[in-house]
Ligand binder design. Structure first.
Ligand code: F3S
Length: 71
């Protein structure tokens, strides 16, 4: 069996301050909620080809609120 890892993104709501850089660098993965804070789109699974954008979102959040698992 190949070792297939599923990457998933999420937002730590207690840290997010609504800078929205994650939405800018990876709009396929994040969207703003009604209060302007970010949330992961859908179930947060990072589709093939979006891994780099997911990492960019992690690196660009000044509050360290973007979580990436399975990387
Ligand atoms: Fe929030 Fe960071 Fe995005 S503060 S809106 S998770 S860039």
């Amino acid at each position: 069996m190949p070792d297939v890892k599923i990457m998933r993104v999420s937002i730590a709501a207690d840290r997010c301050q609504g800078h929205n850089r994650c939405c800018l660098v990876a709009p396929e993965l994040f969207e703003a909620d009604d209060e302007g804070n970010a949330k992961a789109r859908g179930d947060g699974i990072v589709a093939a080809g979006l891994e780099q954008k997911a990492r960019l979102a992690v690196a660009n959040c000044p509050e360290h609120a973007v979580r990436l698992t399975g990387a």
